[in-house]
Design a protein around this ligand. Structure first.
Ligand SMILES: O=C(O)c1ccccc1N[C@@H]1O[C@H](COP(=O)(O)O)[C@@H](O)[C@H]1O
Length: 214
């Protein structure tokens, strides 16, 4: 089994991007979904991307965005890859001539193997599997039953949803994904335990990377 690639998603500050890269992150994600507490506008995104050292993949995350808006972001920002986290069709994903991955939320009856085949045929590079929480497209901090995932898939699987430094090693052992993706599980927490959307905890980021790649 190869060492899983790790994406740290929902970066909102240049210093967090640099810390994640120094800790060994393979990719960072910027959330362009306005309702997310991790949303960054293009000017802030540009500052984050400009701070990054080389050889870290930059991923722009969209949820059912207007295709014109995605194109505008692509013109303004040096994004390496797109992540579509809503109900985007294979045709939509294929329209941007940029490497892209599709997220599938694992609601009852979800068929990750079938979805992987369908999106592979349209040129997707990976299938990100996340938890299904009604009313929230992602970044929920919730896990799902990893036993529902197929052993074989037409696309590299990226496991997401409620991953933390404490559970990622077990997740990698069980699922053997191509990559893992985390957002809330490496954020600074208030005394109540709630995450402070978008502010990454550098100790948690380091611990997550160590555990994922051990
Ligand atoms: O991070 C967000 O706010 C977000 C908003 C809308 C769609 C996706 C989002 N993030 C993605 O959600 C998963 C899991 O996040 P978590 O680790 O459970 O907090 C991850 O793929 C993020 O890229």
């Amino acid at each position: 089994m190869s060492t899983p690639r790790v994406k740290i998603c929902g970066i909102t500050r240049p210093e967090d991007a640099v810390q994640a890269a120094r800790a060994g992150a393979d990719a960072i994600g910027l959330v362009f979904y306005p309702s997310s507490p991790r949303y960054v506008d293009p000017r802030r995104a540009a500052r984050i991307l400009a701070a990054l050292p080389p050889f870290v993949t930059t991923v722009g995350l969209f949820v059912n965005a207007d295709a014109g808006l995605v194109r505008e972001y692509l013109r303004e920002l040096p994004l390496d890859m797109l992540q579509f986290h809503g109900d985007e069709t294979p045709e939509y994903g294929a329209a941007f001539q940029r490497p892209w991955i599709k997220a599938l939320r694992m609601r009852d009856g979800a068929d990750p193997a079938g979805v992987a085949r369908e999106y592979a045929a349209a040129g997707a590079r990976g299938l990100l599997v996340d938890s299904y929480v009604p009313g929230t497209p992602g970044g929920t901090g919730e896990r799902f039953d990893w036993g529902l995932l197929p052993r074989e898939s037409a696309l590299p699987l990226i496991l997401a949803g409620g991953l933390t430094p404490a559970n990622v090693a077990e997740a990698v052992r069980q699922v053997r994904p191509w990559g893992v993706d985390v957002s809330g599980g490496v954020e600074v927490r208030a005394v109540t335990g709630a995450t402070l959307g978008g502010i990454k905890d550098r100790h948690a980021v380091r611990a997550f990377l160590r555990a994922a790649k051990a």
